[in-house]
Design a protein around this ligand. Structure first.
Ligand SMILES: [Zn+2]
Length: 226
């Protein structure tokens, strides 16, 4: 029953969704999870028209998705906007998948340093009175916020998908490893670093780095031929 290719994970497409589309046609997964950095010049559903309806599409956002108002809008106002996994646990093909979009940002929180701001609310309180969340710059929206991260830690899941890497990678963060351990996940899939690798971290958690334009299955096995 539990085919490892029933869920596919796609590393940073950066505008090229063809490896994912080819893998979906070949493997017919129940669901795909996109790991961020889309560089969308049109709305996300335009790129994925070939596979919408044949598989369920889920996503987290990467830093590039906050680079310009158009890239942001093409993701967050797309017809797939409701399929974001950020800061929650979603049951997908029988597994509980937790999502963490964005990156650690020095001006917000860059672990292991303490956070500059405890929360968006805290940050906004210190801006001009008229500044509301909607006006918050995209840079700040791309950040991982300390309070939200800690709320996620209280939830349980089987898999964590993040854009940032855990401590398994030299450019990763042990805060993500701690998050994965607290949530009791068995697997972490991450993008951002454009590198395919598999590594085991504390609590016997298997981490899979998924390179740009690369598709892997639940065992971290690469399915795309790029
Ligand atoms: Zn990135």
């Amino acid at each position: 029953m539990s085919r490892p290719d029933r869920i596919l994970f796609a590393g940073d497409p950066h505008g090229n969704f063809q490896p994912l589309i080819k893998a979906v046609h070949k493997h017919k997964p129940e669901a795909v999870v996109l790991l961020g950095d889309y560089d969308l010049e049109e709305s996300l559903e335009v790129y994925l028209a070939d596979i919408i309806g044949s598989t369920k599409i889920w996503w987290i956002a990467g830093n590039h998705d906050f680079e310009s108002p158009s890239k942001y809008k093409n993701l967050f106002d797309s017809s797939l906007a409701d399929n974001g996994l950020h800061l929650k646990v979603t049951e997908i093909a029988g597994l509980r998948i937790a999502g963490l979009s964005g990156i650690f940002l020095g001006r917000v929180w860059y672990p292991p340093q303490p956070p500059k701001w405890d929360s968006k609310h805290h940050y906004l309180q210190h801006q001009n009175a008229h500044v509301k969340y909607a006006d918050m710059s995209l840079k700040y929206k791309s950040a991982i916020w300390h309070d939200e991260f800690h709320l996620l830690k209280n939830l349980k899941a089987d898999i964590l998908v993040s854009h940032e890497a855990p401590g398994s990678h030299r450019h990763g963060f042990s805060a993500i490893s701690d998050l994965a351990a607290a949530m009791g996940v068995k697997h972490v899939f991450h993008g951002h670093l454009h590198e395919n690798y598999a590594r085991i971290i504390k609590n016997n958690i298997h981490v899979f780095g998924v390179a740009n334009m690369t598709v892997v299955d639940l065992h971290g096995v690469k399915l795309s031929d790029n």
